[in-house]
Design a binder for this molecule. Sequence first.
Ligand SMILES: [Zn+2]
Length: 334
Amino acid sequence: MRWVVKGRSVEFIMTGSFRDKRVICPSCGTDHISQSWNPVRLSGEKTVLWCADCGFGWQHPLPTPQDVRNYYEHLPPYILQGAQEKELGFSRRIHRINALRPGRGRLLDIGSGLGYFLKLAEKDGWDVLGVEPQEWSVKYSQEQLGLEICQGGVDDLDTVTESFDVVTLWDVWEHVHEPLTFIKTCTDLVAPGGLLVLSIPNASGWPARLFKGRWRYVMSTHLNYFTTSYVERVMQDQGFLVERTDHTLKLQSLIQGFGSVLPMEFDTERLLRLGRKGSIERGRPEQARSDGGLERSPLILRILGRIRRIVLELNLVRLPGSIGDLMDFYCRKR
Ligand SMILES: [Zn+2]
């Protein structure tokens, strides 16, 4: 065991079982652990711990911020996002934002990835800015999509507080260290009456509670695990009112979860790629294959593509929160 001094806090690095050592909740600082998830999808001694006091979940032990930076810096180009899936979801989200903020204005996307969301927002009349740490994604957004992107984290932004009408965080909050400090920085950027919109995996939905450590969204890059009530409480503490919540369920998540308990090896990722159109996430566009490797006849490809499209549409159907495993929050600053 060892202790590491980090800023003003002292961080405990676990080398044995968490039960033998004093482990502190990164959100509220208590040492009351309510449960741990069997870390089937995490390597080594990692697990997911849950705080009995505030309901926050976190990967334990946490990787260092430098480890996380190294990981993203060494991701091969094109691997961050699937264009087809993302655009379908993003266009619906833009409509929802437009309805809540009809006057448009300045929009900041934190963790803007390849820039698909910002491009759609720009077309819809928003004055857009992105911030993104991954160099390759920044280059792509700037050169291919002509977007204004600041490379780095939200702390690197050279802007005054309360200067954006909308701040969006698509699948970002679960990836960051010190989640409360991070969300405070983000909420400070929103102007009074403006919106903070975020999407995160829903650790209180039944897929998460059923599969626990086998759940699709338990992964090495997800450091934080959120329940609906935790997010609502944090947003309220930050002076926001949750105006809209959308819960959805990815069918892939069920396939992944049930596949992981089968006695034989089951290549879920390969199955999920079936019918995918040549996408930049699999490699350079001209090299991309529609099924991740196998040659198929045009008819079979068309049928697989149709099935895939139906699955994508089903993935966007709004469901009761207890069923969903992804959630979007639209929060307005008072
Ligand atoms: Zn806590």
